[in-house]
Design a protein around this ligand. Structure first.
Ligand code: MG
Length: 303
């Protein structure tokens, strides 16, 4: 089975001219033979066909060792991708700390003056130490009695991560269905999904009554099982298979969909998520999701 090795980095100043030599050395050290090189994005994404069956673990070790001496010390990612079936027909993306830079529930809690208590629970939940729906209900409960003006502030402050616009716009232009699936709240997935042009969005509903956050969330809570269920529903509706799906997320509650998808990507992923997938983007912005699938800069668009 032919594979592609992709070296990517979006930190300034990007990959230099010695990146081709570096990628070749990495592939050989990992037990493969590099084929022709192709820049998907000059300075940011370089790929090579690979013969043999190199070890990804070894390649990542080698990349880490080489950073001091080559490529200007720029932190970079290396991924191996099967050459066949590389472009997917459906993308499901997590929102908090993936498509947007913040954790919306933490931000709500901070505005409500409960930041420290809630952030502690969030961190434990993202590491997989707490059941997601129990911890979500506990955190939302702390917000009881807070004014709904906090929600307007969260919406106003939410910022998309670099590459989010290119990711969603480019996929839609190429006929790929895009779905936003969040353990956060519909008040924000609706706005972010609409702003970026996602085809659909799924999240939890924060209960509001008489201008006040009641501290309740509507059942059933959307958790990691739900994200996997969304994936299954979507592929059935589209008549495709899990192999045709790419997902992207960062936390433990993304594990279900990540394991199921043909290309489940961990974006600045927590260890609990990286443990279940070989696809890691730690030093590449969201355009990395396009480069992994073989889109080059001539195909990537912001509008
Ligand atoms: Mg997340």
């Amino acid at each position: 089975m032919k594979q592609i090795a992709l070296l990517s980095a979006t930190h300034a100043p990007g990959l230099g001219p010695d990146a081709e030599a570096a990628l070749g050395t990495i592939i050989e050290a990992a037990g493969g033979k590099p084929g022709p090189y192709r820049w998907l994005s000059p300075g940011h994404a370089l790929e090579a066909e690979v013969e043999g069956n190199p070890s990804l673990t070894k390649a990542r070790e080698m990349l880490g060792e080489m950073l001091g001496e080559m490529m200007g010390g720029i932190p970079a990612d290396i991924n191996f991708i099967p050459a066949d079936g590389r472009r997917k027909a459906l993308m499901i993306a997590d929102m908090d700390s993936t498509i947007i830079s913040s954790e919306s529930l933490d931000d709500l809690a901070r505005l409500a003056g409960k930041g420290d208590e809630v952030a502690t629970i969030t961190a434990r939940s993202m590491r997989g130490e707490l059941d997601f729906s129990q911890s979500l209900k506990a955190r939302v409960g702390m917000l009881a009695g807070s004014p709904t003006s906090l929600i307007d502030t969260i919406i106003a402050e939410a910022e998309c991560n670099p590459g989010a616009t290119e990711l969603v716009t480019t996929l839609r232009r190429h006929g790929v269905r895009t779905v936003l699936a969040s353990g956060g709240f519909t008040f924000l997935t609706e706005v972010i999904g609409g702003r970026l042009g996602f085809d659909a969005h799924f999240a939890n509903t924060l209960v509001v009554r008489d201008g006040v956050i009641t501290g309740e969330v509507t059942d059933p809570v959307l958790d990691q099982h739900s994200k996997r269920t969304i994936l299954d529903r979507e592929i059935e509706a589209l008549g495709i298979t899990p192999d045709d799906v790419a997902t992207i997320g960062d936390g433990a509650n993304d594990r279900g969909m990540t394991e199921r998808a043909g290309m489940g990507v961990a974006y600045q992923g927590k260890d609990a998520l990286k443990a279940v997938t070989p696809y890691w983007l730690d030093h590449t912005d969201l355009r990395g999701m396009l480069w992994l699938q073989g889109y080059d800069d001539s195909m990537i668009t912001r509008s």
